[in-house]
Ligand binder design. Structure first.
Ligand SMILES: CC(C)(COP(=O)(O)OP(=O)(O)OC[C@H]1O[C@@H](n2cnc3c(N)ncnc32)[C@H](O)[C@@H]1OP(=O)(O)O)[C@@H](O)C(=O)NCCC(=O)NCCS
Length: 162
């Protein structure tokens, strides 16, 4: 197989359609379970992570194979009446991440995490996220310094301090 040449760049408002695709991939489905319908992402609890992408405070990175976006990590402040699943406090943005299935396990997710944490963490008290306990992404987050700050039987809220 030809050597992959993956590049990374900052997200722009023009990336919103791709972020909807990434949001769908970020919805955790236990192995062997059927995929949810695509329009699940328009449920307001999920749509708030992407809708109107590019507003002040939104930030993130895309991974690209040539010109083709193949993964993204992004943060958004979700507070007040717009709290997300990973809400910690009004000053802590929430992180989302996904990589296309055929590009997983090659270090792209870890590199995306490094980009976003190096560039945005100094600006915030911290960054948080919500993740299913069973999702192997938990190991990635732990190795990036995230710690569990709240939990329930199925889900963890994790945060890393700035
Ligand atoms: C989570 C995700 C973004 C990781 O991206 P990736 O490019 O595959 O990650 P990397 O190759 O950089 O691996 C980083 C770490 O992820 C963990 N990991 C992620 N998925 C894994 C899996 N299916 N099995 C085992 N480990 C996994 C490992 O700890 C790995 O560490 P290692 O490099 O020491 O083995 C990707 O698996 C994905 O898109 N998953 C679906 C979307 C999702 O669940 N997003 C998170 C929602 S909270």
């Amino acid at each position: 197989m030809a050597q992959l040449d993956i590049n990374f760049r900052r997200l722009t408002p023009a990336d919103e359609p791709f972020l909807w695709d990434m949001l769908y991939l970020a919805v955790y489905v236990p192995e062997g379970s059927p995929l949810p319908p695509r329009d699940i992402i328009h449920n307001p609890d999920l749509a708030r992570y992407v809708d109107g992408w590019g507003r002040p405070g939104d930030d993130g990175f895309a991974a690209l194979d040539g010109d083709k976006p193949i993964g993204a990590v992004w943060i958004r402040l979700l507070n007040g009446k717009n709290k997300g699943y990973g809400y910690v406090d009004d000053e802590t943005p929430e992180l989302s991440i996904a990589v296309l299935p055929e590009y997983r396990g090659m270090g792209i997710g870890r590199t995306l995490m490094r980009h976003i944490l190096e560039s945005t963490l100094p600006k915030y008290w911290g960054i948080s996220l919500s993740v299913s306990r069973e999702n192997p992404a938990v190991q990635l987050y732990e190795s990036c310094g995230f710690k569990t700050v709240a939990d329930d039987p199925t889900t963890l809220i994790m945060a890393v301090r700035g």
